[in-house]
Design a protein around this ligand. Structure first.
Ligand SMILES: [Ca+2]
Ligand SMILES: [Ca+2]
Ligand SMILES: [Ca+2]
Ligand SMILES: [Ca+2]
Length: 193
C-alpha cells in the first residue's frame, strides 16, 4: 500500500483526484476571536480557510486545507476534530456540542479522546504513522495530511463527520488567537464521504 496523494504541502497532485475528492468551500473573511466575536477581515489570509479537500482510499484518509495564501508555519496552527461514529453524544463535544469527536488531529499529531464527560478537554497523543505538513516542518506550504484508516478506527464505509479550525497565532497565548472554522461555530461538521 502506497500513498495516493503526496504529502508535500502542495496542491497540484489533488488535481489528479479532483473527480473523486470532496471539496468543501468556506467563506472569506469570516474569522472569530477567542471570545467568539466575529472579526471578519482582520483575519490573516494564511489563516483564512478557502476550502478543504478530502479523499480516501482503502488504506488512508487524506486532506488538504487551502487558505487564501500560504503562510509561515509558525504563524498558524490547525486542528481537525473527527467524529468517527457520526454521533454527537459520544466523544468530545466539539463545535459547541454539535459533533462528538473521538479523535483530534492537532498540527499533524493524532490524539485520542480520553475524557469521561463530553466537555472534558482530555486527549492522549497517538504515536503512529500519520503523515502531515506543515507545522514546524516546512514553511510556506498548505497543511496536508494522510491518516491510516485503522488509526482512527475507521474501517467501514460509514461516513465520518469532520470539523476544521485554523488559528492565526498572532499573540503569546490562545486568547490572542483569531480563528477560522469550517463549518462555522455551532453548525456541526462535514459528512465524509
Ligand atoms: Ca500534495
Ligand atoms: Ca474562511
Ligand atoms: Ca462521536
Ligand atoms: Ca469559516
Amino acid at each position: 500500500m502506497g500513498l495516493d496523494i503526496l504529502i508535500d504541502g502542495f496542491f497540484t497532485d489533488w488535481e489528479r483526484r479532483i473527480s473523486q475528492a470532496v471539496t468543501v468551500f468556506d467563506d472569506s473573511d469570516d474569522g472569530f476571536d477567542a471570545a467568539g466575536s466575529f472579526i471578519g477581515s482582520e483575519l490573516s489570509d494564511y489563516a483564512d480557510i478557502e476550502k478543504v479537500m478530502l479523499y480516501s482510499d482503502t488504506d488512508f484518509f487524506y486532506g488538504l486545507i487551502d487558505t487564501y495564501s500560504a503562510g509561515d508555519s509558525k504563524d498558524f496552527s490547525w486542528s481537525l476534530f473527527l467524529d468517527i461514529d457520526d454521533n454527537p453524544s459520544t466523544g468530545y463535544a466539539a463545535n459547541w456540542g454539535s459533533i462528538g469527536a473521538e479523535y483530534l488531529f492537532l498540527n499533524g499529531i493524532l490524539h485520542s479522546w480520553s475524557g469521561k464527560s463530553s466537555g472534558d478537554w482530555s486527549w492522549e497523543p497517538i504515536n503512529d504513522s500519520c503523515i502531515a505538513l506543515s507545522q514546524g516542518i516546512q514553511t510556506q506550504h498548505l497543511p496536508e495530511f494522510a491518516i491510516p484508516r485503522p488509526r482512527i478506527n475507521w474501517i467501514t464505509n460509514n461516513p465520518i463527520k469532520l470539523y476544521f479550525q485554523m488559528n492565526d497565532v498572532r499573540g503569546t497565548g490562545w486568547e490572542d488567537d483569531y480563528m477560522d472554522n469550517l463549518p462555522e461555530f455551532g453548525e456541526g461538521g462535514i459528512l465524509f464521504p
